[in-house]
Design a protein around this ligand. Structure first.
Ligand code: NAP
Length: 278
């Protein structure tokens, strides 16, 4: 019988641990402040930003909301980021993506001070991760490491196959699994014989962005499957990149969608905020 990896429960554990840490810091006179910038009013972004604010409130992190109009110029946004970089009261800066088309996302990310880059997207943070130095790590992949560790799943020496090579999930995921001493293979849209490669995995991590793409033909008997994808299907039901019902009989453990990887991303963002004052 497959184990369901409960991201909701594990993320709550992490948030409770952080809450205790923040209380301790406050007793020592240190507070934690996150600045959240949203440009425009994309409905999905508004939901994400709202969830981040709620998590801050729960943990005791102060959140400063900057809700800027769609017409904000690149220069105005960069000026705000620079001002927050200099503000000693602000520990973390998060610019909600995507940004409107007239703003260069890379330039904005590069302008955030690496000391306040709680999303872990700055090239310096990514570089530090790749050479094993201290720095902020992208939240979804670091959340997956926590899911595996806190579920007692051994990583060292395991064959790990990651499907997807995006900058925010696939690539940092590969570096983190390498840091945990897994043997890592990264697949992408040009990978030949994807089924055969995926079937080598003891731990299969799927971040492909295609609903229910991965079925039992891609999964080795006894594998652990981590599903990063999140979609609404034709019946408006949430589903992942993995066909959950189809693979369930083959796996030893799997993350459900919803309630698997999703809740971990915000928990790890909160973790990065707390780390920013340590
Ligand atoms: P992305 O930027 O679209 O990247 C998708 C990756 O999958 C690319 O590397 C692409 O290869 C690869 N790919 C696409 N089709 C493929 C195929 N047929 N065979 C093999 N590889 C294929 O997506 P992402 O940002 O990493 O996100 C992936 C999924 O995770 C999405 O559903 C997203 O909504 C979800 N997500 C969830 C969270 C969370 O908190 N739960 C966070 C982030 C993302 P190429 O590089 O060759 O194009």
């Amino acid at each position: 019988m497959a184990t369901l990896i409960d991201g909701k429960k594990i993320s709550t554990q992490i948030k409770d641990e952080l809450k205790a840490k923040v209380e301790e810091l406050q007793k020592q006179g240190t507070s934690v402040t996150l600045a959240v910038i949203q440009v425009g009013n994309d409905p999905a972004s508004t939901v994400y930003v709202g969830n981040k604010k709620k998590a801050c409130e729960y943990i005791g992190i102060k959140s400063l909301a900057y809700e800027l109009p769609e017409t904000t110029t690149q220069e105005e946004l960069l000026d705000l980021v620079k001002k927050l970089n200099e503000d000693p009261e602000v520990n973390g800066i998060l610019v909600q993506l995507p940004l409107p088309k007239h703003i260069d996302e890379n330039l904005v990310i590069q302008t955030i001070s690496p000391k306040k880059d709680v999303d872990g997207f700055h090239p310096q943070s990514v570089g530090a991760l790749s050479i094993g130095q201290r720095g902020f790590v992208s939240c979804t992949p670091s959340g997956i490491i926590q899911l595996l560790k806190r579920s007692g799943i051994e990583i060292e020496g395991k064959e790990c196959v990651i499907i997807g090579r995006s900058n925010i999930v696939g690539k940092p995921m590969a570096l983190l699994m390498l840091r945990e001493n897994a043997t890592v293979t990264i697949c992408h849209s040009r990978t030949k014989n994807l089924k055969e490669v995926a079937k080598r995995a003891d731990i299969l991590i799927v971040a492909i962005g295609k609903p229910r793409f991965i079925n039992h033909e891609y999964v080795k008997e006894g594998a652990v499957v981590i599903d990063v994808g999140i979609h609404r299907d034709e019946n408006n039901k949430l589903c992942g990149d993995v066909d959950f019902d189809d693979v369930l009989d083959k796996v030893t453990a799997i993350t459900p969608v919803p309630g698997g990887v999703g809740p971990m991303t915000i928990a790890m963002l909160m973790n990065n905020c707390v780390e920013s004052v340590l």
